[in-house]
Ligand binder design. Structure first.
Ligand code: NI
Length: 277
């Protein structure tokens, strides 16, 4: 293109950026579009990754101020009971249970499976934010007493890695599946083991009436109640359970709150069934 042609085209019509590029280097426009596209794509990708890494952003967290620590508020002069829920978290049932506990202003301890927690980090995170305690029910719910010592350690460590990834710290307490314990389990579990004093058999009978029957028969000050938050029928029973126990003079604490209240120091590898005064 000659100088005279350039100046005459400037005088008659100012070309836009793309038209200039088209005139000089037709492929420059394509490169520019590609670069801009790539920048947008990388930005979106980064946004997606950061969302995945921070479950707090993905969910509606209940305000932390809602749960004043029970131990600072209502445990004085009360009998204490620890509600515990195993085998979750479940996207189908656990959020509803968290809603119920929130409405009833009660706390619980969740013995979660690493294999389920990994895919429900938002629920794990919400449980802690709501004032509950998250503990380990191992990674894959194996019968630890029936597998080799090395496999016990692998399972336990894999679960703890999941909890560290989601919560920034390992679970301080564990419950071996089926309450199945031998010397290898004691040696490799790495935390105190919390079993239970009241087995509601909620997984078997699947009714509020049955859960209430087993609970009221066996409950005492310092008892640990075993339930499973993966069954809708167990979640259904919780409002009645809370109301009935409160009417009987009980208040709810997490396992760690109960331990603190009873001035007990737990030993890793030891098992505990309840914390009577
Ligand atoms: Ni279990």
């Amino acid at each position: 293109m000659s100088t005279s042609a350039k100046s005459s085209s400037k005088k008659t019509k100012k070309p836009g950026l793309f038209r200039r590029l088209d005139i000089c280097f037709p492929w420059l426009k394509l490169i520019a579009v590609c670069v801009i596209g790539l920048i947008i794509l990388l930005d979106l990708l980064d946004f997606t990754i950061s969302k995945t890494r921070d479950p707090y952003d993905k969910i509606k967290i209940a305000p932390m101020a809602k749960h004043v620590r029970v131990s600072e508020r209502t445990l004085e002069g009360k009998k204490i009971v620890a509600l515990t829920f195993d085998d979750g978290p479940s996207a189908e049932t656990t959020p509803r249970l968290l809603d119920i506990l929130y409405q009833k202003d009660a706390v619980a301890t969740f013995f979660m499976l690493g294999s389920r927690a990994r895919y429900n980090p938002d629920i794990v995170f919400r449980a802690v934010k709501d004032g509950h305690e998250v503990a380990s029910h191992t990674m894959y719910h194996q019968n630890l007493a029936r597998i080799p010592a090395g496999a016990i350690a692998d399972d336990v460590n894999e679960a703890q890695a999941v909890f560290r990834e989601i919560l920034g710290q390992s679970a301080a307490l564990s419950r071996p599946p089926y309450g199945s314990i031998n010397d290898h389990v004691r040696a490799h579990i790495g935390t105190p083991m919390i079993l239970w004093s009241v087995d509601t058999l909620d997984w078997k009978h699947k009714s509020t009436e049955s859960i209430m029957g087993y609970t009221l028969d066996q409950v005492y000050d310092g008892a640990i109640i075993l339930m499973h938050d993966i069954h809708p029928t167990s979640v259904d029973a919780v409002p009645t359970l809370i109301d009935t126990l409160r009417a009987d003079g009980y208040e709810f604490a997490t396992i760690s709150e109960l331990i603190a209240k009873r001035n007990i120091t737990l030993v890793p590898g030891a098992s505990y069934y309840g914390f009577a005064p």
